[in-house]
Design a protein around this ligand. Structure first.
Ligand SMILES: Nc1ncnc2c1ncn2[C@@H]1O[C@H](COP(=O)(O)OP(=O)(O)O)[C@@H](O)[C@H]1O
Ligand SMILES: [Mg+2]
Length: 370
């Protein structure tokens, strides 16, 4: 039997037939102000399933939060009255910091709708920022914890060129033929370049992900980069790697974070195969969405555990091998990219993790770029 689990992204509704208790209606929230504060709130609230963001308003059409709202498919307004009237709202969050807005809202907001503004909304903004910093720190901490397991792979990869350099240098000490000296010097330079490339890959991987620097990037390129990095953490030599890449597949997001996502998925897959099996990396782009599938022929995940693998600190690995934070961080990164992550698994047969990114924003930006 194949068990499928799909983590829901933000405003989606979860259909769970097994849950007899009807979910309470979502809290309907409007955000006034789409500057940095409004955008941070939007990002944070959007990930909470029990909150529905009815809309965001800003009189400045180039306010950054409006663009983000369009990406997240949250309705955008330019007039406050349009957002506040004719809507059943539970809460209006004013993050403009404008004292005049406070009195204007008092007059327009219908009774029964709460308003958060002034110092309270500032406090909320500070909490949201703090949360976002904590998530970035957690991702970084988990990455650094994982790098510990790279030591054996790095030592192996550094040792080969170093041994070669030693051998060549020893030869050089008694070499009298100038042409042979030149050839060996050239081989030494190439071997040093290989060790430098290893250091470069790893230092760029271990650096802190740059904050909120989203851009369009090639998914195929990121998967290849991730394979290079994952090689240090897990032995890939007995893994048959199949790449089923559709050309030119792009996605918008933070490149450092996406690389980390792929390294984690590949590492998990190889660990589940106990270093023997087939790893399939597949990318596809259709009109509606871009998909990435990472499939292994490993142990699979039992249905009882499937619902827990995205929980923080859930791990079935011994200490030193797993932190239980990989999939939790992956889920956060993917949701920030407005995507979803799902898993299908069969015990003894293997697992497939599927990432789905909606396409509209990418297509829009592509045509804007060209
Ligand atoms: N490809 C996979 N095949 C089988 N089990 C998996 C796979 N990926 C994740 N898991 C399960 O999910 C758990 C959580 O994964 P993760 O959050 O990456 O933490 P960690 O790898 O540190 O244990 C793993 O311990 C493992 O039991
Ligand atoms: Mg992991």
């Amino acid at each position: 039997m194949t068990t499928i689990l799909q983590t829901m992204s933000h405003q989606q509704t979860e259909h769970q037939d097994s849950n007899p208790v009807p979910a309470p209606p979502p809290m309907r929230v409007a955000i006034i102000g789409a500057g940095r504060g409004g955008m941070a709130l939007l990002d944070a609230l959007h990930q909470i399933r029990t909150i529905q963001i009815v809309g965001i308003v800003d009189q400045n059409p180039s306010a950054p939060g409006l663009k983000r709202a369009q990406e997240l498919k949250v309705p955008v307004y330019h007039e406050i009255a349009d957002l506040i009237t004719h809507q059943e709202l539970n809460l209006v969050m004013d993050v403009t910091g404008d004292p005049a807005m406070e009195s204007a809202l008092r007059k327009t907001v219908p009774t029964g709708t709460d308003v958060v503004n002034g110092q309270t909304s500032r406090l909320l903004w500070l909490l949201v920022q703090h949360e976002s910093i904590l998530q970035t720190e957690l991702l970084h901490a988990e990455k650094l914890a994982g790098i510990g397991s790279f030591a054996a792979g790095i030592a192996h990869d550094m040792n080969n060129p170093l041994q070669l350099i030693l051998g060549l240098a020893e030869n050089l000490t008694d070499e009298t033929d100038l042409e042979a000296v030149h050839l060996q010097a050239h081989d030494i330079i190439e071997a040093v370049k290989r060790t430098t490339a290893i250091c470069r890959d790893l230092t760029s991987y271990s650096r802190r992900a740059s904050l909120r620097q989203d851009c369009l990037m090639s998914i195929n390129g990121k998967l290849d980069e991730a394979l290079k990095i994952a090689r240090y953490a897990v032995a890939l030599q007995d893994i048959d790697i199949r790449k089923l890449y559709q050309p030119d597949v792009v996605v918008k997001g933070n490149p450092d974070e996406l690389l980390h996502v792929f390294v984690n998925l590949i590492t998990n897959a190889v660990q589940a195969m106990e270093h023997h099996g087939t790893l399939t990396l597949e990318t596809t782009a259709t009109a509606d969405a871009t998909r990435v599938r990472v499939t292994d022929t490993g142990s699979g995940i039992s249905p009882e555990l499937l619902g827990r693998i995205f929980d923080p600190f859930f791990t079935t690995k011994p200490p030193g091998k797993g932190t239980g934070l990989g999939l939790y961080n992956i889920k956060n990164v993917i949701h920030h990219m407005n995507g979803t992550i799902g898993v299908e698994s069969q015990v003894g047969r293997g697992s497939t993790f599927t990432l789905i990114f909606p396409n509209e924003t990418v297509a829009g930006e592509r045509s804007a770029q060209s």
